[in-house]
Design a protein around this ligand. Structure first.
Ligand code: SF4
Length: 341
């Protein structure tokens, strides 16, 4: 009898990978689902408009998470309806806010006393749900250690902005336990202005093809442009080593770099800083703070490793004892101007 379990698994994975490769390429509009990046990296939103094809496609694990979300959406809708909430039966249609070049499409519209509220469904893993349960307001989400959780309110604010309505709803569900958590998202003038200014800046930069420079931050580790555009020729771990757990630059290194720069004319202090930086970053090639390039490269040194007893013998005998040793050279440059893509 033919064993088919592995074949079935492989065919399902192949299908998931096909979906992962389907990608939205839209150079004309900023999408509500991405505007949360304004808080983390304006450059990301510029690159999404300037070269979206360079964003690395999500892997199979991430695609499985997206697929699960899509499966959960109708289930959550049905549960809300069963509990007596009125959801508008309608064909989903994106809004387009021309001045900000902003578009998006909420999952549902809830009608309460004749007013409409956009609804976004989010099905979560156990860990993400625990994080969300700790939040009492939508503002608390923006302080989350998970980048995708921090971005949820911005997505909803975009819907409020696009539809000119004052309040929306984020509906969360724990995929493992089925537990729910609802968060109202009322309009917030300060955040709206920030969103508006941020998107206007993105639009201007896109028009001039001038994204902000790449500066390493913790968000880079979750970014699809990290290997393809921003830090193409270097190891991610090199950058990560420069930041502490909060994603801030290692303070010791910041002090050493500024000492190195300030003391170029004071050889003693300058050499000390130079040696210490090289010791800390040994083997790495990194750009620090977008302005400092620390480079290491390997080179070979040829020497003569002669046994002591024949050290004094004639030069002609040295040749057969020639050796090649690999060494490392380190240089530090101040780049003066930011790097551009
Ligand atoms: S890799 Fe980092 S700097 Fe570059 S776009 Fe992504 S988050 Fe921004």
């Amino acid at each position: 009898m033919e064993l088919i379990a592995t074949k079935i698994e492989e065919s399902l994975d192949a299908l998931t990978m096909e979906r992962a490769k389907e990608r939205r390429i839209d150079k004309d509009w900023n999408h509500a689902s991405s505007v949360g990046w304004l808080e983390d990296c304006e450059r990301y939103l510029c690159l999404l408009r300037l070269c979206p094809e360079k964003e690395e496609v999500s892997g199979i694990e991430r695609q499985r998470v997206f697929d699960e979300g899509h499966i959960q959406e109708p289930a959550m809708r049905a549960e809300l309806k069963a509990a007596g909430w009125k959801l508008l039966e309608r064909k989903k249609e994106p809004f387009f806010h021309e001045p900000l070049k902003l578009t998006g499409e909420e999952d549902d519209i809830l009608e309460i006393n004749g007013t409409k509220r956009p609804v976004d469904y989010k099905s979560c893993s156990d860990g993400t749900f625990r994080e969300i349960k700790r939040c009492e307001t939508s503002i608390d989400l923006m302080k989350s250690r998970f980048i995708w959780v921090r971005h949820y309110p911005a997505q909803m604010y975009s819907y409020l902005f696009g539809h000119k309505v004052p309040i929306g709803l984020l509906a969360f569900k724990n995929k493992s336990s089925g537990e729910k958590k609802m968060l109202d998202v009322p309009e917030n003038k300060i955040y709206f202005n920030m969103l508006k200014d941020g998107l206007m800046s993105v639009n201007q930069r896109v028009d001039k093809e001038d994204p902000p420079r790449a500066v390493w931050k913790d968000a880079c580790e979750k970014c699809g442009f990290v290997r393809t555009v921003c830090f193409t020729d270097r190891e991610i771990s090199d950058y990560a080593a420069l930041t502490d757990l909060t994603g801030e630059m290692n303070q010791d290194l910041i002090i050493l770099f500024s000492e190195w720069f300030r003391t170029e004319k004071d050889a003693k202090i300058h050499d000390r800083a130079d040696k210490e930086i090289k010791r800390k970053l040994r083997g790495a090639t990194v750009i620090v703070g977008g302005e400092w390039l620390f480079q290491t490269s390997k080179y070979n040194v040829t020497g003569h490793d002669l046994p002591e007893d024949i050290q004094v013998q004639i030069d002609a005998l040295k040749k057969p004892y020639e050796t090649t040793v690999e060494r490392m050279r380190a240089t530090l440059k101040w780049l003066k101007a930011p790097l551009k893509i």
